[in-house]
Design a protein around this ligand. Structure first.
Ligand code: AMP
Length: 196
């Protein structure tokens, strides 16, 4: 079974945690652009040096650069039968880039998991994470920038995917297992069943 999925939600919606659970259950690699960028920053690569100040400020890395990173990753052998993208696409330009890439491979997305979490809840979770993990982009200012970008630029991508009938809106408030169960129920309704 192939499964090509996106998980979309504001920062602090738990999409990272849920994405890993879904990817593992379906047996597809999880590709988090945020994780790829952070790994490059900590390894001090050219890409890392290019993106560090952008990420620390909570701004978006340029679309061309981000899309090139994603194309490169999705071209690896382990993504041939599917993938779960976490944190990409994040705006309409990136939706177009992903469309072009997938069309070129005669592939299409199966589902877009949209985690719905109210702004106050995301804010509270991000502030708690800032204290626990000390991420450089979890300052109050960067958090506000990221949530603003989500509302202005990322939320509109759901309308585009919505017209294709592939969006599953999932209530992202509740216990971790409860939310995972909601996601699996939605995926099963599309014929996407966890392998284990
Ligand atoms: P995340 O872990 O998904 O919150 O991503 C952390 C940071 O990486 C973001 O605030 C952006 O600076 C950058 N980033 C991640 N994904 C993208 C993307 N699709 N487009 C542009 N920048 C991104």
């Amino acid at each position: 079974m192939t499964a090509r999925l996106l998980i979309v939600g504001p920062q602090g919606s738990g999409k990272g945690t849920q994405g890993v659970r879904v990817g593992e259950a379906l047996g597809v690699p999880v590709v988090s652009t945020g994780d790829v960028f952070r790994a490059n920053v900590s390894q001090g690569t050219d890409l890392g040096r290019q993106v560090k100040s952008i990420i620390d400020a909570g701004d978006l890395v340029p679309d061309e650069l981000t899309s090139a990173v994603v194309r490169d990753r999705l071209s690896q052998a382990d993504a041939a039968e599917g993938f779960l993208l976490d944190g990409y696409p994040r705006n309409l330009a990136q939706v177009m880039h992903l469309d072009e890439f997938l069309e070129g491979r005669d592939e299409k997305l199966d589902a877009v998991i949209a985690l719905v979490v109210p702004r106050e809840e995301s804010l509270a979770r991000l502030t708690a994470r800032a204290t626990e993990q000390g991420r450089a982009d979890d300052t109050e200012e960067a958090i506000a920038t990221r949530l603003g970008i989500y509302e202005r630029e990322t939320a509109p991508i759901l309308s585009v995917y919505g017209t294709r009938g592939i969006v599953d809106e999932i209530d992202g408030v509740g216990g971790l297992d409860e939310i995972t169960a909601r996601i699996f129920a939605a995926l099963e309704a599309r014929g996407l069943r966890p392998a284990r």
